[in-house]
Design a protein around this ligand. Sequence first.
Ligand code: OAD
Length: 233
Amino acid sequence: MRPLRNIVILTGAGISAESGIDTFRAADGLWEQHRIEDVATPEGFRRDPALVHRFYDARRAAVQRAKPNPAHRALARLDAEWPGALLIVTQNVDDLHERAGARRLLHMHGELLSALCAACGERHRWTGALGAGPACPGCGCAALRPDVVWFGEMPYGMERIYTALQQADLFVSIGTSGAVYPAAGFVAEARRWGARTLELNLEESEGSALFDETRLGRAGELVPAWVEEVLKA
Ligand code: OAD
């Protein structure tokens, strides 16, 4: 086995569930209450921008009331103490990883606390509502949209992610159903380059068979235990 130096971690909605943030595919999850085509596609936004803004404005407000949980804090500790390369790739649009202190972090699906100007392309930190059509601080146009990657759009940071996966000795997936590509393909990519693969999830996911090891349980318990194990080895 290769010595462990380079770690890539992929996180999904499950890591924020214990902070009170809804996941997508649970029986009472966001995609049971809303149609993906309506609130998570460019076409849906063109059809009914007010509906889309209401959805993300509510989620932006909820995220600011939530707090990082032990899983976020354990990854921040790993980030601070791990001497090798590390990249936390999150599909989550909340800011709980960074509020816990993580620095080597990439938001591949964008961020709720950011607004993207459809006119000038600038991204601006945004904590309030977008529904009222505020002007872009950069160009003055009223063309701000949530800085969230919708279905049919290109995720952020793909080059950096694939480079890290090529160099990874260990790929760890935490709290994601493995239902959405390209993130769902990272495990196969990491394996192709020789990484060991570990999944930490509440239940078996669509991709479980692709991992060398799967540990089932709550992220708030599994992640701190795994981080302790890695830092002690
Ligand atoms: P999902 O809702 O699809 O999956 C969440 C996963 O977390 C499930 O496998 C749960 O079993 C697991 N889970 C729930 N609670 C957990 C806990 N306390 N500890 C550990 N695991 C737990 O969410 P994602 O996989 O993140 O994209 O969804 C991927 C993408 O689909 C999202 O980024 C979003 C969505 O459509 C876009 O909107 C572009």
